[in-house]
Design a protein around this ligand. Structure first.
Ligand code: GMZ
Ligand code: MG
Ligand code: ZN
Length: 186
């Protein structure tokens, strides 16, 4: 008998969960995007695991440390739990292929557009990508999701500006995360 698999809402962080002020690493500059809690609550209550996948080359570049990132992540998870939402996991890539301190300088499998973080989440949380959604603000988020066979790829206009090519890579383009629940049958 096949084991029942989970569904997940995968979220990019900067530009989707919080305003992308550029390499955010402190709670004081972490500004939640309008609608993120209410939308996540709807998906969480409908049985979706909420999983964050974020490129954090700011670590590799030496702007902040892994410890800084982990402390901010703990704080972020607490804010979600204050809204009765559990973040199942947060995956991050500290690497950069060109500009990083030696230990982080590599062409890794985790930096989006590579699908490594998504594949790890799918494996570790027994997730069926056919029942998943990925929300991002960049072409690289959509490319990673496609490689991981995530069924529904959504671009949101709350982060970086994107071009026609990026739009073509998405199943859905929305102005705000507030608009997401209306498009998905929960
Ligand atoms: O959007 P996610 O994946 O959560 O995180 C992106 C951030 O780590 C930073 O990624 C950088 O890109 P580079 O990593 O330098 O290419 C820039 O886009 C920054 O503005 C941004 O803050
Ligand atoms: Mg982003
Ligand atoms: Zn990486």
């Amino acid at each position: 008998m096949t084991e029942l698999q989970n569904k997940a809402l995968f979220l990019d962080r900067d530009g989707v969960v919080n305003v992308d002020h550029g390499y955010v690493y402190q709670s004081e500059e972490f500004e939640f995007i309008d609608g993120i809690f209410s939308t996540c609550k709807k998906f969480y209550d409908a049985g979706y695991k909420i999983i964050v996948v974020t490129n954090q080359s700011g670590i590799g570049r030496g702007y902040y440390t892994e410890a800084d990132f982990l402390a901010l992540t703990q704080w972020m998870k607490t804010q979600f739990s204050n809204h009765n939402i559990e973040i199942a996991d947060v995956y991050f890539c500290p690497h950069h292929p060109k500009k990083a301190l030696p230990e982080y300088l590599k062409q890794c499998d985790c930096r989006k557009p590579a699908p490594g973080m998504l594949l790890q989440g799918i494996k570790e949380h027994n997730i069926d990508p056919k029942h998943c959604i990925m929300v991002g603000d960049k072409l690289s988020d959509m490319q990673a999701a496609k490689k991981a066979h995530i069924a529904t790829r959504v671009l949101v206009r709350s982060g970086q500006s994107f071009d026609e090519n990026a739009k073509q890579s998405a199943d859905l383009v929305i102005d705000s995360i507030n608009d997401l629940p209306a498009f998905i049958t929960l």
